[in-house]
Design a protein around this ligand. Sequence first.
Ligand SMILES: O=P(O)(O)OC[C@H]1O[C@H](OP(=O)(O)OP(=O)(O)O)[C@H](O)[C@@H]1O
Ligand SMILES: O=c1cc[nH]c(=O)[nH]1
Ligand SMILES: [Mg+2]
Length: 219
Amino acid sequence: MHIHNLSKENSILNTFMSEIRDQVIQKDSMRFRRNIERIGEIVGYELSKTLNYKNQIIHTPLDKCNVPVIDDSIVLCSILRAGMPLHNGLLNYFDNAENAFISAYRQHKNNPESFDIIIEYLACPDLNNKTLILADPMLATGQSIIATFNALKTFGTPKNIHVISAIGSQVGVDFVNSKFPKTTHLWIGAIDKTLNKKGYIIPGLGDAGDLSYGEKLQK
Ligand SMILES: O=P(O)(O)OC[C@H]1O[C@H](OP(=O)(O)OP(=O)(O)O)[C@H](O)[C@@H]1O
Ligand SMILES: O=c1cc[nH]c(=O)[nH]1
Ligand SMILES: [Mg+2]
């Protein structure tokens, strides 16, 4: 797996990262969603440099010119709920992408420290020979993204895979690195030290789904 840790380089991305982590600023849910969306836009721009391009002749009012344009068929797949703002950011740049949505949530067993990933909803186009972008802002244990990848296998074999996340834990990154094809790219805003007993990233930011859309009842 090619791991691109975008916080290693100074850029405006780190301003948005600081705001989604900040316990005061993150309480403004509209700003939180917009910052995640802006992270999606920046990552979309960065990963666009690795795509395939073809020359297109463009007629300006004065002459014609050759412009390289994206030649890959892109499918954006996001994990509900927290993936929605990241999805919007990517879709802001990849105008013609096809879209897939999957629901994955943690179902706790008898204690808060152990859980299964439950997938109930999946809508996905044909993935054969496409460029698949899997987006989820939090890569904690890595179980949700792996469960998603496995569930998508019946929809075809993508040509390339890009996994996008705002914050990951080192164990989660190591886990997905061991499960995805070696050619996969991981684009990540930051890789944090550890997970707590409930599987939350430390220092992380808290619960990305709740910060975007409000607290949900645990059932
Ligand atoms: O790497 P993992 O250990 O699988 O954890 C990451 C998952 O947890 C969060 O979703 P959550 O279950 O909180 O659902 P939500 O989006 O509805 O809040 C997050 O958006 C990921 O999907
Ligand atoms: O730290 C975490 C882990 C899972 N889901 C989140 O939203 N945050
Ligand atoms: Mg959540």
